[in-house]
Design a protein around this ligand. Sequence first.
Ligand SMILES: [Zn+2]
Length: 207
Amino acid sequence: MSTDKQMKNVSGSSESDLLKNLQVSAQEVLEVAQKKGRSKCPKCNSSRMFYCYTCYVPVESVPTAEIPSVKLPVKIDIIKHPNETDGKSTAAHAKLLAYEDVTVYTFPCIPDYDNHKHETILVFPSPNSVSLRESLKYLTGQSSPKEDCEPTLKRSKLENQATDTGKDAVTESENIDCLKKVVFIDSTWNQTNKIISDERLQGIKII
Ligand SMILES: [Zn+2]
């Protein structure tokens, strides 16, 4: 059980500010759909509740116009293990809300990141993983001089904040322009090994 005090210690003030500032859309549309029960996917005609986890679109009882569309600052690739149950995957929610910026791949059909390793990070718990802050420093170093993100990355500020609570937080003044894509793995733990060891993912900075 966690008390408010413990929660505050864990989350820190920046996270509670983030939650306070979230713009949450009205959920009436989902309540109405729930009363109607399962409905058809407009693409594959399967009977689903709220959304189709195969086509990543809302079902007919959920008007697309009433579902928020989020523009993300980076592109997201989600690599899904083929044995994962589609209906249980939370990757679908990201694709539903940010359709243009999120791509879901089913392993082993994944992109070749060879020409994009200098602007891509992979989110995965690993002995080699670094903080988001560290990864941005790394990507900055990897950028070609022409792109040159270095001057806008405020190093003195980074160093000062290293002793603050938000070790991994990146402030608005810090430049994340070097980061174009974030890759996630959607799989149960015992199935991640095959994906994370795939040669196409080697050399991508892990956070
Ligand atoms: Zn469908």
